[in-house]
Design a binder for this molecule. Structure first.
Ligand code: ZN
Length: 219
């Protein structure tokens, strides 16, 4: 039985025995197959709410941690056909990292056993567009400055007009840079990745097709 089949056969929320049976590659397969079900509209609410809550009361053992954007068009559990207890989800405009986000992901992987970190950008990202336009306003200024290193090289080659191509390249750059920052700024996550206990990967979600491109940062 594939791990996806085993996952689909679960009757309650993910528990530690299932989580510990997964490799980082298995966790990635679960996200990929979940997104496929979402695209094909085969996403099924298979497990009853009652069973999910009963499982949740026993504890949690999510198989992956996803860092996504706040964008309303990219709801993380939904696009991976996931349920209560499946995923740790951190969301911040532009799916960037700071100390609190890194600490959250460290908790997810080191103390709660998640096998995979997915940094998920998305097409048409308003935060990336704001950074591209060098928007400065209130607390957005500091947030968008974190995205500036991803957009600066694109602005240089493509000019200041925020075309779809320029934003697409910037979104992918941002995902790659965030994946690298996670490894550079979190010794805990770098060591877990180095030992093979986790994988850190990056993808881009297409808000028009519902598809996640997992090739942005294979890890
Ligand atoms: Zn966004």
């Amino acid at each position: 039985m594939s791990k996806t089949q085993a996952y689909l056969a679960l009757e309650s929320s993910v528990q530690a025995d299932f989580q510990s049976s997964l490799s980082p590659n298995d966790a990635l397969e679960l996200l990929q197959s979940g997104n496929q079900r979402f695209i094909e509209e085969k996403g099924a609410k298979r497990r009853s709410r009652t069973n999910l809550l009963k499982g949740a009361a026993q504890g949690q053992a999510p198989f992956a941690a996803v860092l996504g954007c706040i964008d309303s068009r990219a709801p993380i559990e939904e696009i991976f056909d996931a349920e209560i207890g499946d995923l740790f989800v951190a969301r911040v405009a532009g799916n960037t990292v700071n100390g609190d986000i890194l600490g959250s992901i460290e908790y997810a992987c080191k103390y709660a056993g998640s096998k995979l970190v997915l940094v998920l950008g998305h097409t048409q990202c308003g935060a990336v567009k704001g950074a591209y336009a060098s928007l400065k306003d209130g607390n957005l200024t500091g947030l968008l400055e974190r995205i500036e290193p991803a957009v600066a090289p694109v602005r240089e080659t493509h000019g200041s007009e925020a075309t779809d191509e320029a934003i697409g390249l910037s979104v992918a750059n941002n995902v790659q840079l965030v994946c690298e920052r996670i490894k550079r700024e979190s010794q805990i996550l770098a060591e877990l990745a180095e030992s093979g206990a986790i994988r850190i990967v990056g993808g881009v979600y297409d808000v028009a097709t519902g598809e996640v491109d997992f090739s942005t940062y294979p890890g």
